[in-house]
Design a protein around this ligand. Structure first.
Ligand SMILES: Cc1cc2nc3c(=O)[nH]c(=O)nc-3n(C[C@H](O)[C@H](O)[C@H](O)COP(=O)(O)O)c2cc1C
Length: 268
């Protein structure tokens, strides 16, 4: 009996560990589809909020949101060439994972890396919103290092490819009350109508230091600064400058200006 005690205890511990790990693995497998669906739903809500297509008078239910999102014209662009490609599926292409894949990503030269990315995906899923046969908005994913965290967002442009139609940050981990003000709808609402590029196509948009002075020459390119969060505000400026500079979407925008996209045509 004296020797059985510890053996029994070990067996009980092992069995308990086995049962618990089976339960945890089972839960992970069972919950994975729900988690993926929630991620898709979250992405859909963020992107759809930039389309201008959501009814203003009511909340859209999850199922309806997914139907609306799936009806968007989603395409994958080769960021380096600015051309659309049909070789990758925009519904499943994972830009974050691609940024860590040697084949699917490219190093960002330090001199051209204000967003502190290190590497970025060579491809990006983008969303075209149509009004009949006319392009109404172009929605592009952006990201950049904030003070504490990577800031992930989408920016919507009007068909002139320089007027901002909307902006959202759907993931960031900046300090509550300070850097996380970038995700506040009231602050983000200022972006609509602001100009991204100057006449030469160089990014000029930036988060101001303090309030934007109405009528000032820079006002069309500025949104208000964030009180106590200049570091995160500057990071936002930097990520915009990266993504709309020569290493970002500049080729895509030049390509789209030279050859406006047509509805239903997704390969160039
Ligand atoms: C604990 C702590 C957390 C902070 N978090 C942020 C932040 O998330 N974003 C940010 O820009 N500044 C943050 N700051 C403040 C910065 O250090 C810096 O003071 C600020 O960005 C300067 O902005 P201001 O010029 O508007 O005061 C934090 C400071 C402390 C002490």
């Amino acid at each position: 009996m004296a020797r059985e005690g510890p053996i029994k205890a070990v067996v009980v511990v092992l069995l308990t560990a086995l049962v618990c790990s089976s339960l945890v693995s089972g839960a992970v497998v069972l919950l994975r589809p729900i988690q993926l669906n929630n991620q898709l739903l979250d992405r859909s809500r963020n992107i759809m909020a930039l389309t201008g297509l959501l009814p203003a008078d009511r909340m859209v239910k999850d199922d309806e949101m997914l139907v609306l999102f799936k009806s968007l014209d989603a395409r994958v662009v080769n960021v380096d060439t600015g051309q659309f490609t049909t070789e990758l599926d925009p519904d499943t292409f994972d830009m974050r994972r691609a940024a860590n894949d040697a084949e699917l990503s490219t190093a960002v030269p330090a001199s051209e890396d204000p967003a502190k990315l290190g590497r970025r995906s060579r491809y990006a899923p983008v969303y075209l919103v149509w009004d009949g046969q006319e392009l109404d908005r172009l929605i592009l994913p952006v990201r950049g290092a904030g003070m504490w965290s990577m800031l992930y967002g989408y920016i919507a442009l009007q068909p002139d490819f320089t007027t901002i139609a909307g902006m959202t940050f759907y993931e960031q981990n900046e300090t509550p009350g300070l850097g996380d003000q970038i995700a506040q709808p009231r602050w983000l609402s200022q972006w609509s109508g602001k100009q991204l590029l100057d006449d030469q196509g160089t990014p000029r948009f930036h988060v101001s230091e303090g309030k934007v002075e109405p009528g000032a020459v820079h006002a069309p390119f500025q949104v208000d600064g964030l009180t106590g969060a200049t570091v995160t505000g500057n990071a936002v400026t930097n990520l915009v400058h990266y993504w709309f500079g020569p290493h970002g979407y500049q080729s895509l925008l030049q390509h789209l200006e030279a050859q406006p996209p047509r509805r239903g045509e997704d390969e160039s």
